[in-house]
Design a binder for this molecule. Structure first.
Ligand SMILES: CC(C)(COP(=O)(O)OP(=O)(O)OC[C@H]1O[C@@H](n2cnc3c(N)ncnc32)[C@H](O)[C@@H]1OP(=O)(O)O)[C@@H](O)C(=O)NCCC(=O)NCCS
Length: 207
């Protein structure tokens, strides 16, 4: 189990880590049940009753969904969900976020998003899909911050986040790249060396 403390300045004081697949999923369920009606509506695109949320959390425990949780005093106050892609070839992994109202606008959503992207990259995913209500300013701002290009359709915003492999830092260009460069460099070293010798022994000095 890996515990990571928050990595950027934020008022939030909790920690972020991945929940253990089966035994810790009730922590996700309890978090989702604590969301106020408006947040539940935003998170589940209108589905709000408790039995739906219970079934939803149970499904996450079984279908390989990765839950990255923001935890304070052992209680999950925020979650990022990374759902595996479906079986169709063009299917993308889906992501979703929820942060309880008491800890919002403190960077929790952002740190969860960052961790989720790292996890998705580690799994080799090339892109992620996100869907949110067209009026959901908070989620749109968060998604935009991480490069999502959201498009509106039927009252929903749907978008993709591209996860092209991160550019590796370019190795410093070798000072000597080819045999020709090497020969030139040697000649240049020799010229400098001979000039230095001539200066030392006073050769070639004009009177
Ligand atoms: C969307 C949600 C996860 C954001 O969580 P959060 O912890 O408040 O997010 P952050 O504090 O990291 O803020 C992320 C960015 O969004 C912006 N933002 C957050 N709430 C906002 C709001 N209500 N209006 C406009 N911008 C908002 C922040 O300013 C921040 O941008 P910045 O870093 O450039 O300042 C949270 O509001 C939530 O759980 N909503 C209910 C569930 C939901 O709608 N889920 C989406 C369905 S997938």
């Amino acid at each position: 189990m890996s515990y990571d403390t928050m990595t950027r300045p934020t008022a939030a004081r909790g920690s972020v880590r991945t929940l253990r697949q089966q035994e810790e999923l009730p922590l996700l369920r309890d978090h989702l049940l604590r969301l106020d009606p408006e947040s539940r509506h935003d998170r589940f695109h209108g589905f709000m009753d408790e039995s739906f949320i219970e079934r939803y959390a149970a499904k996450c425990a079984d279908d390989g969904t990765v839950i990255i949780a923001y935890i304070e005093d052992g209680v999950v106050r925020g979650a990022a969900e990374l759902h595996p892609p479906g079986r169709s070839p063009d299917s993308q992994p889906e992501i979703a976020f929820s942060v309880e109202a008491t800890v919002r606008r403190q960077g929790v959503g952002s740190i969860l998003f960052k961790k989720l992207i790292a996890e998705a990259r580690a799994k080799g995913y090339r892109s992620l899909r996100i869907t949110t209500g067209a009026q959901n300013q908070a989620m749109r701002a968060l998604a935009h911050k991480f490069g999502a290009n959201l498009k509106f359709r039927h009252g929903e915003s749907t978008g993709s986040i591209d996860l092209e492999p991160q550019a590796q830092p370019m190795p410093a260009r070798a000072a000597i790249a080819t045999p020709v460069d090497a020969a030139r460099a040697m000649a240049s070293v020799n010229r400098v060396y001979w000039k230095m010798l001539m200066r030392m022994y006073g050769w070639g000095r004009t009177a």
